[in-house]
Design a protein around this ligand. Structure first.
Ligand SMILES: NC(=O)c1ccc[n+]([C@@H]2O[C@H](COP(=O)([O-])OP(=O)(O)OC[C@H]3O[C@@H](n4cnc5c(N)ncnc54)[C@H](O)[C@@H]3O)[C@@H](O)[C@H]2O)c1
Length: 367
């Protein structure tokens, strides 16, 4: 029997989590998965209850669980408290405490949503791109960091971007291995684009050299290319289908994966997985807590529901159950149901629905 810890968090977190848990319970029954569920506090709601964005109890339950499903954290209510106590710190801490160094984000275009994207349909139709982002190193964690006062009284903010060879190798392995798996499934040649800024940052010069050595010594069947981060931002808009797997560090991955999300029409459609070295993972939508629509039944629950599919695929190796969820999402889109973020008002046959109705429609396809 495996245990899943659910952490709804803040803003739209509880609304989308309710729908995702309903879906998870349905596949649990249908495929006899023997999953049990626990819930815990994280983010602003945890601060309100305990004073900490990641209470010790949540962390120890997360360590004991086989997988974690997270909604989202943060909101204006907690934006003015001391930085080290803010909701987002709880998220960074749980990722680093669980050793979740590999973040996988799939930007896949559902054909039904081709018109919801701001990019021309012919550029994005058939898009299926995986971004592998290093999640526990780089500039978001590097020391020293802070804001200091210089001798002349002026303030200076500073952060440090650092990567060791071993950190680059372990994320490289995840990306190369997944490129091989995807090539096997699609019948296309395996390829990876490693994104860096090696023209100006020594830390990414080491990144580039390490990726090249790995390809030459262990992955000669995977074509490796390198691209500067600024060019990668442009190429994602110009011709996103040139990419299959992109691998990059924490900060560039943060930016590129949000950009890739918009290619698919809405950040409300994009799931993610964060894995440790044993494949245990935390699964969450790529979006934040959307305080502007929280509590209004407007949130798109599909990114969280698709995160459940990733959990079943990567941690529990239940491919059939994962595909059943993905198919149910596709069927609901075929039926014309849209939350407001993916609604194209020029299409006559679509029906706007709220978070709850969308979640229950997916559920109905599964039972
Ligand atoms: N992983 C996380 O928990 C996470 C990630 C990013 C931001 N945040 C936090 O979330 C808060 C809001 O941040 P933000 O506004 O920059 O980003 P956001 O992703 O919350 O929202 C950006 C825009 O996208 C919309 N949106 C997001 N998710 C949606 C969904 N499921 N359905 C429909 N629309 C959706 C929002 O309404 C908003 O207009 C901040 O406190 C931020 O720190 C948390």
């Amino acid at each position: 029997m495996a245990t899943i810890l659910t952490l709804a968090g803040d803003g739209i977190g509880p609304e989308i989590m309710t729908q995702a848990i309903d879906v998870l319970q349905a596949v649990n029954k249908k495929f006899t998965l023997n999953l049990t569920f626990e819930s815990g506090l994280i983010g602003g709601t945890a601060i309100d209850a305990t004073g900490e964005p990641l209470p010790e109890e949540t962390l120890s339950r997360a360590r004991a669980a086989d997988a974690v499903l997270l909604g989202a954290v943060g909101g204006p209510k907690w934006d003015t408290i001391e930085r080290s106590k803010r909701p987002e710190r709880g998220l960074l801490k749980i990722r680093s405490e669980l050793g979740l160094f590999a973040n996988l984000r799939v930007a896949k275009l559902y054909p039904q949503l081709a018109n919801a994207s701001s990019i021309k349909a012919e550029i994005i139709s058939g898009l299926d791109l995986l971004i592998v982002r290093e999640l526990t190193g780089g500039i978001y964690f590097g020391e020293p960091r802070g804001i200091r006062t210089l001798d002349n009284g002026e303030q200076q903010g500073y952060n440090t971007m650092v990567y060791k060879t071993s950190e680059i190798e372990r994320i490289g392995k995840v990306a190369f291995d997944l490129a091989q798996v995807r090539a096997k499934a699609s019948g296309k040649p395996a390829k990876i684009c490693s994104v860096d800024k090696a023209n100006v940052l020594e830390v990414t010069e080491l990144w580039k050299q390490t990726m090249t050595k790995m390809q030459e010594s262990q992955y000669s069947d995977v074509a490796l290319s390198h691209m500067y981060a600024d060019n990668a931002c442009m190429q994602l808009i110009r011709d996103p289908k040139q990419f299959d797997v992109m691998v990059t560090g924490n900060m560039f991955g943060d930016i590129l994966s949000d950009e890739a999300a918009m290619l698919t029409g809405s950040i409300g459609m994009l799931p993610s997985a964060s894995l440790d070295e044993e494949g245990k993972g935390m699964y969450e939508p790529c979006h934040g807590s959307a305080p502007d629509i929280a509590g209004q039944d407007k949130a798109n629950p599909l990114a969280t529901i698709l995160s459940v599919a990733m959990m079943l695929r990567y941690t529990f190796k239940q491919e059939q159950a994962a595909q059943a969820i993905e198919q149910a999402v596709s069927d609901v889109l075929d039926d014309g149901l849209r939350t407001v973020d993916i609604l194209d008002s020029s299409e006559a046959d679509l029906r706007q629905v709220g978070c709850q109705e969308m979640g229950q429609a997916v559920l109905a396809k599964l039972v």
